[in-house]
Design a protein around this ligand. Sequence first.
Ligand SMILES: [Zn+2]
Length: 159
Amino acid sequence: MTGFLRHSHHLRYKQSLLYLKTAVMDRPINPPTMPMRNLEQLFAALAKSAFRGKFHLQDKDLHYIQAKGLPTILDHARDFIGKRLAPGFIPNDGKQTPFRGHPVFVAQHATACCCRSCLQKWHGIEQGRKLSAIEQDYIIEVLRHWLQREINRFTENSH
Ligand SMILES: [Zn+2]
């Protein structure tokens, strides 16, 4: 009886391993997930967060954007996202985005595109797998929108 129990336990264990393996293998590498939020809803929600609202570009960030041009800044953003957010496993998730040093870092914190945990919570993009191309485009679009608003704010204030 004991032998049988042990055997059946072992079998269940093997079955659950098989299940896990199948579940992982069945998952498409780049699921065609659509961006979860439209920008209007997202920015309305972000505006209610005191933490997110604290982030603004400094004069030196704006001068940097003016010098480089927004398209170049967004190229940098694409590079950061590809290296720091897109991988399926990020050992230092939650700490991969500095708080200063590049306008895109500030934009990432302001829009909750700073780590995979915030991406899941705010944007409905699940953790534990690679970001799809569509999701990366969506993040760039969110960052572009926020940066453009900061640029407008700066331009309005300086007149
Ligand atoms: Zn985060």
